[in-house]
Structures are given as structure tokens and as C-alpha cells.
Design a protein around this ligand. Structure first.
Ligand SMILES: NC(=O)c1ccc[n+]([C@@H]2O[C@H](COP(=O)([O-])OP(=O)(O)OC[C@H]3O[C@@H](n4cnc5c(N)ncnc54)[C@H](OP(=O)(O)O)[C@@H]3O)[C@@H](O)[C@H]2O)c1
Length: 278
């Protein structure tokens, strides 16, 4: 019987992955922050899968909660797969985003995953397990007004790539998942630093807000595609370093990979200047 820890299991990919793995016989540590009062989220799975579902309190940015979760898992025999999924997006003009917001973005999206992984590595080494890090196509290619989120995901990419090679001799596999836009709570949960009307970034911010509005209310692909890819990565014998999921992500990734670098940036720079003019 395999055991997985998923962070950010209250909604979106994390929530659906928890059910999908339970369905396939895994023991799942579904972790979430502020778990008190959110028991109903797992009521159905609890009825169906009983003790194979363990719900853990885990704000990934809280060292004490990371430690408590790791101890609970070790006490029950260890871990085969860690899915670092918890994250949120902070968007807006770089110049206007306060320092504490930058730090918070990295505390959750990057350091949360990094220090949880480090704490659980001995258990993963013992099981010759794996680490799946939810990055984003914005971890491979950024766009205007995405700098905090994109930077946190680029950091996740560099760290994961180093681990991929570093942990291979220890039998621990590492995979990055790079989704494009999918219909989860991500858009509802993201933070946007607005630009006041007299700001030099007012035009770009307004264009970005219009674009987001168009995508709100059901636009985007349903999350099952990502969840299926994640299940495959949990169960496959060998996993690749990067798995790009979604047509938009594949297109953007393709531009970066197949066009000469300067041609790709020149092309994207013209596209973004039209989409988000000053
Ligand atoms: N949906 C997309 O289009 C998309 C595209 C590319 C990449 N991704 C990535 O996919 C992953 C999952 O996102 P999603 O689309 O499923 O979004 P989501 O529905 O907003 O889910 C994000 C989850 O992260 C949790 N979370 C946020 N901060 C946390 C913290 N400090 N500690 C623990 N949990 C925390 C949220 O919990 P609360 O309910 O408590 O807020 C929620 O369960 C993220 O890494 C995201 O960057 C998503």
C-alpha cells in the first residue's frame, strides 16, 4: 500500500488528487490549513475510504506545522510520494508590490515546499519515493504583471531540477508539473496589487483586469486533465523531470523550446505589448 502526502488539499488539484489516489488504493495524507470547521470537505471520502484517508493540519509556511505533520507521517510508517501542491498567486506591477507581499509569496510557494521536502527526505529515501512539485507554465515563461508568482515558480523549477539529479543516486525521483490555465479556485484565491489611475502601470493593470474577468466564471479547462497526469506521475515506474499539461501551456512551452531564444522573446514581447499596452 502506497502513502502520499498532498499539501493544499482543500480545493483544486490537491482536493481532486486526494480522491483519485484513495480510489486507487493509496493511503492519503490530505493536508490543509485551518482544518477546523472544514471536516465536511472530506465527509464523502471518509465514508468510502475510512482509515486510508488521514486529514492533517498543515499551513506550509508554518515550521511547527510542517514538523508536526512529518512526525505524524513518520510515526505511521513513512511516505512514498510527496505532492507539493499548496500555493497561491500574487500578480500586479512589480514596482507597486510591497516587500512583505513578495516575501509571503515565496514563503508559501517556494520555502513551504522546500523545507517540507527537506524534513521528509529521510522517509522518502527509505521508501525510494518521489517528490512532485506543482509548478506552472509561468515557471517556464513569465508574462507582464506576474512577477511574484512567476519568480516563486522559477525558483521551484531551479531547486527541483537540482534535486532531480542530486537525489537520483538515492533512488528518489523528482518531477515538476507545469499546468496552463485550469478551472480551480486559483483565480478566486489570487491576490492582485492594483495600479491607481495616475500610475504609469494603470493601462497594463486595466488590460490585465479585463483579461482576468473574461477568464473568470468558468473559463479554462476542467482540472481532471492535471489530476490524471498527477496520478500517472505518482504511479509510473520512471517519471520525467517536467510534465507540461494543457494546450496553452504546451503552446507557450513550444515557443520557448523550438524558436531561437531571441526570436521567441521578440515575438512574445510584441504579443504582450498588444495585450497589455501602457
Ligand atoms: N489552476 C491553474 O490554472 C494553475 C495553473 C498552473 C499552476 N497551478 C498550480 O497548481 C497548484 C494548485 O492550485 P489550484 O489550481 O488547485 O488552486 P486552488 O484551488 O487555489 O488550490 C490551492 C490550494 O493551496 C492551498 N494553500 C494556499 N496557501 C497555503 C498555505 N500557506 N498552506 C497550505 N495550503 C495553502 C489552498 O488552501 P486554502 O483553501 O486554505 O486557501 C488550496 O487548497 C498550485 O501550486 C498552483 O500554483 C495552478
Amino acid at each position: 500500500m502506497k502513502r502520499a502526502l498532498i499539501t493544499g488539499s482543500s480545493t483544486g488539484f490537491g482536493r481532486d488528487l486526494a480522491s483519485a489516489l484513495l480510489e486507487r488504493g493509496w493511503t492519503v495524507y490530505a493536508s490543509l490549513r485551518n482544518s477546523a470547521g472544514r471536516e465536511a470537505l472530506f465527509a464523502e471520502d471518509r465514508k468510502r475510504f475510512g482509515e486510508r484517508l488521514r486529514v492533517l493540519e498543515l499551513d506550509v509556511a508554518q515550521a511547527a506545522q510542517r514538523e508536526a505533520a512529518a512526525r505524524a507521517i513518520e510515526a505511521e510508517g513513512g511516505l512514498d510520494c510527496l505532492v507539493n501542491n499548496a500555493a497561491f498567486g500574487h500578480f500586479g506591477p512589480f514596482e507597486l508590490i510591497p516587500e512583505d507581499a513578495w516575501r509571503r509569496q515565496f514563503e508559501v510557494n517556494f520555502f513551504g515546499a522546500l523545507f517540507l521536502t527537506r524534513r521528509l527526505l529521510p522517509a522518502l529515501r527509505t521508501s525510494r519515493g518521489r517528490i512532485l512539485n506543482l509548478s506552472s507554465i509561468l515557471g517556464l515563461a513569465s508574462f507582464p504583471l506576474s512577477s511574484p508568482y512567476a519568480a516563486s515558480k522559477f525558483a521551484l523549477e531551479g531547486w527541483s531540477e537540482a534535486l532531480y539529479y542530486e537525489l537520483a543516486p538515492h533512488g528518489v525521483q523528482v518531477g515538476l508539473v507545469e499546468p496552463g490555465g485550469f478551472r480551480t479556485k486559483f483565480s478566486d484565491n489570487l491576490l492582485v496589487t492594483p495600479a491607481p489611475a495616475d500610475s504609469p502601470y494603470a493601462g497594463q493593470s486595466a488590460a490585465y483586469a479585463r483579461w482576468r474577468e473574461k477568464r473568470a466564471g468558468g473559463a479554462g479547462t476542467p482540472p481532471e486533465v492535471v489530476v490524471r497526469a498527477l496520478v500517472r506521475l505518482c504511479e509510473a515506474r520512471r517519471i520525467p523531470l517536467r510534465t507540461v499539461v494543457g494546450l496553452d501551456a504546451r503552446a507557450l512551452d513550444g515557443i520557448g523550446r523550438w524558436l531561437p531564444r531571441n526570436l521567441a522573446t521578440g515575438l512574445l514581447s510584441r504579443v504582450y505589448a498588444r495585450l497589455m499596452p501602457k
